[in-house]
Write a protein that binds this ligand. Structure first.
Ligand code: UN1
Length: 500
């Protein structure tokens, strides 16, 4: 199926996707696939106004009924999984399995949110006063602004949108400028779900196409109650303070620099497989990608042998071809950043294998690379920096405390893992004094988290949590209600005030 047919299947008119000043290139071959019209900041504000109106009506719809809309969205996604997955491949450069996997993640969060729509409950709390009841009520929050990155162009939106919608919120979504088409396709699928749903208010979802100025309009608008932003730490440093300035709520999902500790007792075959998926999957462009290996000296050579073999057989190529494991980097800037990081790694004592440009003759306007394996003498400055590319730094350790210290000694705190069969090590790794990340795994890799758990991380990763568990609470406001059903008016803390 060519891209125009794909867009039509997904409910978009290809003719309306040209003539604008935002070019969309496919990382597969650099070809121009669309030129979109960008929204102005004024248009962004009008959309926020419309979303706010929609919120005022949507908050009164019973939550299980709101869940029905998300259930219908899940059905549309099931039906269009292949087509949307393929558009993700075309626009973000992911291999087919990962493009479809991303859509599966959307389907999963829709299912989760449908169940959640009947479970938005609060606590009842023992009151210290006789004849009183105290409880927590969760209410819809408002307009949720979603800023998403190119690397998960649709799933991260759905983590936010599926929860926001059942929580009674409306959504204004600003996708990455690199991946607006997949966002428009999601909007078209959402509109189909809306048509089947029947009586939802207009304006529940807006997609904002544009660059920095439209993003700023979203971030600065007081009507946007929550800004959920995924991207670089640099972006988060700008967004966070601006939202805080107006006392808005912010959910940040920023950089990761994820390590795997490989202990002497590890199953090395399993470790090598987990490392390969984590480090070269999505061409190293996940926030959860494995970027550091901290391996015990006694098994370092054996692990490296396995990794070298696995790296040599990981096929780099067109992500739409069966058998490809490593697709292209998103653009030239990503390639340049990778080369610069490798040069710094060499200067800091690293030995680099791989990392060269690939398929340049066949695809002169695309940026394919062989994944790089870099042995480092220590955790130097460049290792502490997140480079969004398939670079894996390998360092050795002597004792477990040292490995834990190295794992935690980077500014980011998203995901982490240990491969060990030693119960004490596994438990220490997941304990209070173990990994300081939002995700700490045992005998699985750092990437590919399920939607059921809360997703996010600490330190420069930004502290936000999305997706499963009780992340929904960020999309609602909490009210504490105390109800007096007695004929007295006792004050708390035993205070006597006035004549009694
Ligand atoms: C991201 O890269 O922004 O855990 C999200 C994972 C995916 C999500 C990654 N489920 O790798």
């Amino acid at each position: 199926m060519n891209t125009n047919d794909l867009l039509t299947t997904l409910g978009l008119n290809p003719e309306l996707l040209s003539g604008g000043d935002l070019p969309v290139h496919s990382p597969i071959d650099g070809a121009l696939v669309a030129s979109l019209h960008q929204h102005t900041p004024d248009q962004a504000r009008a959309m926020i106004g419309s979303a706010h109106e929609a919120f005022l009506a949507w908050r009164n719809v019973p939550a299980p009924r709101r869940g029905e809309l998300v259930r219908l969205l899940g059905e549309e996604l099931r039906e269009h999984k292949q087509a949307l997955g393929r558009l993700v491949s075309v626009e973000a450069g992911k291999i087919t399995a990962e493009g479809e996997g991303e859509v599966q993640e959307m389907i999963d969060i829709c299912d989760f949110a449908v169940g959640l729509s009947r479970q938005l409950y609060g606590l009842t709390i023992a009151s210290e006063r006789p004849g009183h009841r105290m409880m927590e009520t969760w209410h819809p929050l408002g307009v949720v602004g979603v800023i998403s990155a190119f690397n998960f162009p649709v799933a991260v939106w759905s983590w936010n949108a599926a929860l926001a919608l059942v929580c009674g919120d409306s959504v204004v979504w600003k996708p990455s400028e690199k991946t607006p088409l997949t966002a428009l396709a999601c909007q078209a699928l959402f509109e189909r779900a809306l048509a089947r749903f029947g009586d939802a208010p207009d304006g529940l979802l807006h997609v904002l196409i544009g660059g920095r100025d439209t993003g700023e309009a979203l971030v600065n608008d007081e009507r946007v109650a929550l800004v959920s932003a995924t991207g670089s730490t640099r972006m988060g440093r700008e967004v966070g303070p601006r939202v805080a300035q107006r006392f808005g709520r912010c959910l940040l999902e920023l950089g990761g620099n994820n390590a795997i500790i490989v202990a002497p007792s590890a199953d090395l075959d399993m470790a090598a497989r987990g490392i390969l998926f984590g480090a070269v999957g999505t061409a190293g462009q996940r926030c959860t990608s494995t970027r550091r290996i901290i391996v015990h000296r006694s098994v370092a050579e054996a692990l490296l042998d396995k990794l070298r073999q696995a790296y040599a057989s990981a096929r780099v190529g067109n992500p739409l071809d069966a058998g490809t494991l490593v697709g292209p980097l998103v653009d030239r800037a990503a390639y340049d950043a990778m080369q610069s990081a490798l040069a710094q790694a060499r200067a800091q004592g690293g030995t680099v294998t791989g990392g060269e440009r690939q398929l340049a003759e066949q695809y002169p306007d695309a940026w394919y690379v062989s994944p790089a394996l870099v042995e480092m003498p220590a955790q130097t400055e460049i290792v502490c920096h997140e480079t969004f590319a398939p670079i894996l730094y390998v360092m050795r350790y002597e004792d477990f405390d040292e490995a834990l210290r190295m794992q935690n000694a980077v500014p980011q705190g998203l995901s982490s893992a240990i491969f060990t069969t030693d119960l004490r090590e596994a438990e220490r790794f997941t304990s209070a004094a173990g990994s300081d990340c939002g995700i700490a795994n045992v005998n699985i890799g750092t990437s590919g988290a399920e939607i059921g758990g809360a997703f996010g991380g600490e330190k420069e990763t930004g502290g936000g949590r999305e997706s499963g568990s009780d992340s929904w609470k960020a999309y609602m406001r909490r009210a504490t209600n105390t109800i007096n059903y007695s004929r007295e008016l006792p004050l708390a803390q035993g205070i006597k005030f006035g004549d009694d």
